[in-house]
Design a protein around this ligand. Structure first.
Ligand code: C5P
Length: 227
């Protein structure tokens, strides 16, 4: 039983506007990627780590991550879209992996408990598992600047990472999605093939650092000892 973690960390982070790839932006003195991987390893459920780094940054990323002591750390270059980067990561997995977690470097404060509950659900027989949170805003569908519908938010959840998968169906979904419009998450590709996707409880601190305000929140949580 081998669990691999694939960390897409090759995004440019344009919405963040930090001038460096998002995964390498420092929060409380360390890059987002270091915070993310430390928490993943602390879960005790990850055997192999594949980090998908921005092109040209592989050696730098390896140097940053080696103090964390992952038993098997692989660093590969990413692609144009997140989905391409995940595919590059899957290609670097060793033989014998049966569970794959895909976790955004940008969700750098996701606690170890979420990794454990996702893996437990996959080991319990689920093909695909996503951590979710209820949606707190009212959500509307808008066309050309006008509201056309209000969606019942009781039916909606926001989806986080790590997302967990049985390895073979995840690989098959990525093969099937090759050339299609890029998916924003991996579970969506399995859904498209008709697989059931199970949910587990997400965590408020697993938010994705996307906009400048997210960095302020991450910094505050870390310096206040709450993450
Ligand atoms: O852009 P977004 O915030 O959705 O990215 C989510 C994660 O996917 C980030 O950790 C980012 O580094 C990664 N990513 C990637 N390759 C890309 C685009 C995004 O690895 N081409």
């Amino acid at each position: 039983m081998t669990c691999a973690l694939v960390v897409p960390a090759a995004g440019r982070g344009e919405r963040l506007g930090a001038g460096v790839p998002k995964a390498l932006v420092p929060v409380a003195g360390e890059p987002l990627l270091v915070h993310a991987l430390r928490r993943a390893l602390a879960s005790g459920v990850v055997d192999v780590v594949v980090v998908v780094a921005p092109a040209g940054e592989q050696q730098h990323v390896r140097t940053l991550l080696s103090p964390l002591g992952a038993a098997d750390l692989r660093v590969v270059a990413g692609g144009a879209e997140r989905q391409d980067s995940v595919r590059c990561g899957l290609a670097a997995l060793p033989e014998g992996v049966d569970v794959v977690l895909v976790h955004d470097a940008a969700r750098c404060l996701t606690p170890p408990s979420v990794f454990r509950s996702v893996v437990a659900a996959v080991r319990g027989g689920a093909v695909a598992v996503v951590p979710v949170l209820p949606v707190s805003d009212t959500v509307k569908r808008v066309r050309a600047g006008r509201v056309v519908a209000t969606v019942d938010r009781r039916e909606l959840v926001a989806v986080q990472t790590p997302q967990g998968f049985s390895c073979a169906p995840l690989r098959a979904a990525h093969r099937a999605a090759d050339g299609a419009a890029p998916a924003t998450d991996d579970a969506g590709m399995l859904e498209a093939l008709g697989h059931e996707v199970l949910t587990v409880a997400g965590d408020d601190t697993a938010f994705k650092v996307t906009r400048p305000v997210d960095l302020v929140l991450a910094e505050a949580l870390l310096s206040g000892g709450r993450a």
